[in-house]
Design a binder for this molecule. Structure first.
Ligand SMILES: Nc1ncnc2c1ncn2[C@@H]1O[C@H](COP(=O)(O)OP(=O)(O)OP(=O)(O)O)[C@@H](O)[C@H]1O
Length: 273
């Protein structure tokens, strides 16, 4: 079996209270999981369970107070900012709010070109062609390049956010509720795009969601977080169809229409050989 793309062990995240007599809030408590290339691992749990704090630590946007995060064999928690800057392109986020993650004053072209320029991968001859290629990869017409984010629909804007993430040639995408701010009618298109990109490019995906019906559809494995701890983990279909922890059952009972979802075959397991 190949080494995991991402290996998180005993991850711990605290937030200090403003008042020093109040103990720090333990948002993530000894969380461990692995993720392979080509695999989607979903982190689910109700609001405040520690999903985004885990994502923020994996992205190294905030250093955790304890535990280990290994990405492609590098221990991220022991690296300084300079060393992290070299590895950061490999782990890219896609956030919930498609408009909020793009500058309102930058055209789609500039938004996608920016990471290429910052990472020294821009050349006048090849740069524009790479932007066109990335737009094509997220199934947007080249004509959107000159538009501003506010001239796009939410779904188109999220596709631009994904293209911008892909510009860094990541191996891991951290998807923090990537469709929950979108109209129901466009969610399936974005979810299918993410799945196609995962399979085509062999990306690992850490898929954060409170929506178990969606997770059942897109993820290979799921880890259920409750108050910062993983209470249940396993293949997504097994956890969603026959949960063993009462908290997972409670989460599932609040999913409308889960029983009406089409019983399609589960996503093929990634090749871990
Ligand atoms: N910057 C912060 N400062 C202090 N406490 C925080 C901060 N960010 C998160 N928390 C707290 O940490 C806990 C976990 O929050 P987190 O945002 O990770 O959960 P979540 O599962 O992602 O929730 P949601 O689905 O609402 O985003 C919560 O109690 C939250 O109030």
């Amino acid at each position: 079996m190949t080494a995991p793309l991402l290996e998180v062990q005993n991850l711990t995240v605290h937030y200090s209270a403003r008042h020093r007599r109040i103990p720090p809030l333990l948002a993530v408590d000894q969380v461990s999981f692995t993720l392979h290339a080509g695999e989607t691992l979903a982190l689910v749990g109700e609001s405040g369970s520690g999903k985004s704090s885990t994502a923020t630590a994996v992205l190294m946007l905030r250093r955790p107070q304890g535990g280990s995060i290994r990405f492609e064999g590098h221990e991220l928690t022991s690296l300084d900012e300079r060393a992290l800057r070299v590895l950061r392109p490999g782990i890219q986020p896609v956030f919930q709010d498609p408009y909020g993650s793009l500058s309102p004053r930058k055209s789609v072209f500039d938004a996608i070109a920016e990471p290429l320029r910052v990472q020294g991968r821009w050349a006048p001859r090849t740069g524009p062609a790479r932007v066109a290629e990335l737009l094509d990869l997220v199934q947007l017409p080249g004509s959107v390049a000159e538009r501003l984010p506010q001239e796009l629909s939410g779904g188109q804007c999220q596709r631009v956010g994904i293209a911008r993430a892909l510009a860094s040639e990541p191996r891991l995408l951290v998807l923090d509720e990537p469709v929950s701010a979108l109209d129901l009618s466009v969610r399936a298109g974005i979810v299918n795009l993410l799945t196609e990109l995962r399979d085509e490019l062999g990306l690992g995906q850490l898929f954060i969601s409170h929506d178990l019906a969606l997770v059942r559809h897109v993820a290979h494995r799921v880890a259920v977080l409750r108050r910062g701890r993983i209470v249940e983990t396993g293949p997504a279909r097994e956890v969603c169809d026959a949960p063993s922890h009462p908290y997972t059952r409670e989460l599932l009972s609040s999913v409308p229409g889960l029983d009406r979802l089409p019983t399609t075959s589960p996503p093929p397991a990634p090749d871990l050989s």
